[in-house]
Design a protein around this ligand. Structure first.
Ligand code: NAP
Length: 482
């Protein structure tokens, strides 16, 4: 088994120095598959955060002024450093987060791909020459890095959520202060080590672990931070949007979702079933774009539900590093209890248990992959993000009904639909209120395309040519007397 101990740093990176928390206190990092403590990381607070922001602020002018070729070369080396360590990075992620190794390897590869994409995009930060309405003037726009960027990320994708923020920030010429989730800090801290290996100067990348409230509070109050980029729950995101007003920081938010997955009568059944398995059970259902509500048209409902439940029942639940594991443990006990609560509510309101239904025989934080049919809008999971391996299947009759049910939520991140009718596809594109649409496809995330939600799922886009824009200020210059 590949060891990852050389990648574990039980310290924070502030201004090029690896340091502990001022108070010397630490947070334990546990393996959700067995509860063992695998590392301890600093429990930093506001003072450490202020120093990290000062370091990033001090490093900014020189970093922003580096020749583009040098910045691009560093990003390319960062990409290579990640790929060189793909296996130990994946094992470290599985150990702290729980996801199957195959998924962890894919996530590490995705992180590297985002870095490479933004290394390439750094060369395309174009301005414009604007035709002047009068003689003797030249009008133009140029783009400039916003300055110090703070990034706060969740535990479900402990590496790639950072890649989508650190990559474009560094490509744009910004410096960063990063706070990964407390449940999965190792995959965040390692970015500091990889950035050092890639040759980024001291202070350009700073990584803090510890009290979310204290670190977040300082980040949001500090006027030197010019942008906050956050991935996490809508609840915390709203708090940060409010706090950003104090110093008018630029804000990017990747928040919660409540993804509908619509299967029409004319769908390719096998493809829809396979898609539903992936879209629902990846990362034990703990992704923001995971299917939350499966809407299945009446003509295919029974066949779909039976085929889907058969595949769900066959999923291998096991620690992520066990051969063939398809679903690992949940992140913590609260997540398991949430599944139990959602299930009890649905069964109480007439839902039918098709497969699964409770804690898994493996014990601990393992939960059975579960399917509930006859789901109805009054059940809690119709409006709440499930964030776990429970699939709710609803029946619908008409396309209008499906669209209306799908849109009946304050969220607007991802939606999926399976149909062979191309005219319907364009109607769905017009009418589904979501930032991401997967039609006959569920693995839709790629560095080349813009990722992000609408409504209460967030603002801003990560990836695509759009992903760097939020890290750039636009300047307009008018030169007269020519
Ligand atoms: P969370 O509780 O909102 O935490 C996310 C991050 O915010 C963590 O680093 C957390 O730190 C930090 N945080 C908590 N309270 C804070 C505060 N008062 N000020 C500043 N930072 C604070 O979310 P989560 O449970 O980790 O992640 C699950 C959520 O993320 C789901 O809603 C999911 O849909 C969403 N998500 C969205 C996307 C997307 O791209 N749209 C992607 C992935 C996940 P601690 O860990 O130290 O508490």
């Amino acid at each position: 088994m590949t060891d990852f101990s050389h990648l574990v740093r039980e310290a924070n990176l502030i201004g090029g120095a690896w340091v502990g928390a001022d108070a010397g206190t630490m947070i334990e990092v546990t393996n959700p598959a067995n509860g063992t403590v695998i590392a301890r990381v600093p429990n930093a607070g506001a003072d450490e955060t202020r120093r990290a922001i000062d370091a990033a602020h001090a490093a900014f002018p020189a970093y922003a002024a580096l020749p583009l070729n040098e910045r691009v070369a560093m990003l390319r080396r960062l990409h290579q450093a990640i790929m060189d360590q793909q296996e130990p990075l994946a094992r470290m992620m599985t150990a702290e987060q729980g996801k199957p190794l195959s998924e962890a390897r894919a996530e590490v590869g995705s992180s590297a791909a985002y870095v490479l994409w933004f290394a390439e995009e750094a060369r395309r930060i174009y301005g414009e020459i604007i035709p002047s309405p009068v003689a003797g003037r030249r009008l133009m726009t140029t783009k400039h890095p916003v300055g110090v960027v703070a990034a706060i990320t969740p535990w479900n994708f402990p590496s790639s959520m950072l890649a989508r923020k650190i990559g474009p920030a560094l490509a744009a010429g910004c410096t960063v202060v990063v706070k990964p989730a407390s449940a999965t800090p190792l995959s965040g801290l390692v970015w500091g080590q990889l950035a050092e290996q890639a040759g980024f100067p001291a202070g350009v990348v700073n990584v803090l672990t510890g009290s979310a409230r204290a670190i977040g509070g300082e980040i949001m109050a500090n006027p030197k931070v010019r942008k906050i980029t956050f991935t996490g729950s809508t609840e915390i995101g709203k708090d940060l949007i409010r706090a950003a007003a104090g110093t008018v920081k630029r804000v990017s938010m990747e928040l919660g979702g409540n993804a509908p997955f619509i299967v029409f009568d004319d769908a390719d059944l096998d493809r829809a079933v396979s898609g539903a398995i992936t879209a629902k059970f990846r990362n034990a259902g703990q992704t923001c774009i995971c299917t939350n509500r499966l809407y299945v048209q009446s003509g295919i409902y029974d066949r779909f539900t039976a085929a889907f439940a058969e595949r769900v029942a066959a999923l291998k639940v096991a620690p992520g590093d066990e051969a063939g594991a398809e679903q690992g443990p949940m992140i913590d006990e609260a997540a398991v209890e949430k599944m139990e609560g959602l299930l009890a509510d649905a069964l109480d309101k007439g839902g039918q248990l098709v497969t699964g239904g409770g804690r898994h025989a493996r014990g601990g934080l393992f939960f059975q992959p579960t399917v509930i049919s006859n789901a109805t809008p009054d059940m809690r999971f119709s409006s709440e993000e499930i964030f776990g391996p429970v699939a709710a299947v609803y029946k619908f009759d008409t396309e209008d009904q499906a669209i209306s049910l799908a849109n009946d939520t304050e969220y607007g991140l991802a939606a999926y639909a399976f149909t062979q009718d191309m005219r319907r596809v364009f109607r769905l594109q017009d009418q589904l209120g979501y930032g991401l649409l997967g039609i006959n496809e569920v693995l839709i995330v790629t560095p080349e395309a813009p990722f992000g939600g609408i409504k209460e799922s967030g603002m801003g886009r990560e990836g695509g040519r759009q992903g760097i824009e939020d890290f750039l200020d636009l300047k307009y210059t008018c030169i007269g007397g020519l």
